[in-house]
Design a protein around this ligand. Structure first.
Ligand code: NDP
Length: 246
């Protein structure tokens, strides 16, 4: 287990799913954690309680709002004197193919999945300490074509480009930027899809390891990337799909 004692972390979308598992794992490794959420205050407070009220706090920001990055980073800056680890995890999905995607849907998903991490990083840069970490959560869909969620896939493609571009810019400050790409993981987001008859078996069969992912499968990789052990990795795209569609 990495030692993040003395480090501070902000995890977006940490009230549920993968973000929750990441926040809990970074907290277990010793970090102080800002637990961002959108709507589910009770769930965010549970995460804070699990880490410990003395080492974590919940912060709300609705990421589709243009001022969300400012609201979020101002609150984090008022609680931490610097930031060591920024995990851009929050995102929304959309089951919509090219023919059925409206302009409104398109703008909404880009606002949450691309615009908000972009401006969160911009706002966080003065707070982010040299030697820090930015970890963006992408998706296996930038490798595996899924036309039924085309707009979501495009947003994750933007996140991939964001990662290696930022890595080049921030290397001189010793800040590493890496992209972690999960495959299908059991969360509230995928629950309806996985509840369809035969879906668990079908999605499990696409992984070389024969099951769907759990939030902790992703959180453990993020914790490694956040740790000093990963100091020589930057601009990387890390496939954490359990060997899906190889
Ligand atoms: P969930 O839907 O389970 O959780 C999403 C989290 O993001 C919640 O904490 C939610 O907060 C927050 N969030 C969502 N929309 C907003 C918003 N508009 N404003 C503020 N907060 C928001 O997601 P997952 O855990 O499944 O996914 C996490 C990440 O992993 C995402 O980037 C996703 O694209 C990626 N991913 C997930 C996969 C999967 O199979 N689950 C596969 C590949 C990638 P709240 O509930 O408080 O509103």
């Amino acid at each position: 287990m990495g030692d993040l004692t003395g480090k501070t972390a902000l995890v977006t979308g940490a009230s549920r799913g993968i973000g929750r598992a990441i926040a809990l794992r970074l907290g277990r490794d010793g970090a102080r954690v800002a637990v961002h959420y959108g709507r589910d205050e009770a769930a965010a407070k549970e995460v804070v309680a699990a880490i410990g009220e003395d080492r974590a706090f919940a912060v709300r920001a609705e990421l589709s709002a243009p001022d969300a990055p400012e609201v979020l980073i101002d609150e984090v800056a008022s609680r931490f004197d610097g930031l060591d680890i920024l995990v851009n995890n929050a995102a929304i999905g959309a089951s919509s193919d090219l023919e059925h995607t409206t302009l409104e849907d398109f703008n909404q998903i880009f606002a949450v999945n691309v615009r908000s991490p972009f401006f969160i990083v911009q706002r966080a840069l003065p707070l982010l300490r040299d030697g820090g970490r930015i970890i963006n959560i992408s998706s296996g869909v930038t490798r595996i074509a899924m036309p039924e969620i085309i707009t979501y896939s495009l947003t994750k493609g933007a996140i991939d480009a964001f990662g290696h571009t930022l890595a080049e810019q921030l290397g001189e400050r010793g800040i590493t930027v890496n992209t972690v790409a999960p495959g299908v993981v059991e969360t509230d987001n995928t629950a309806p899809m996985l509840a369809e008859p035969g879906a668990q078996e079908a999605w499990s069969a696409r992984s070389a390891l024969g099951r769907v992912g759990r939030p902790e499968d992703i959180a453990d990789v993020v914790a490694f990337v956040a740790s000093d052990d990963a100091r020589w990795m930057t601009g990387d795209w890390i496939d954490v799909t359990g060997g899906s569609d190889l």
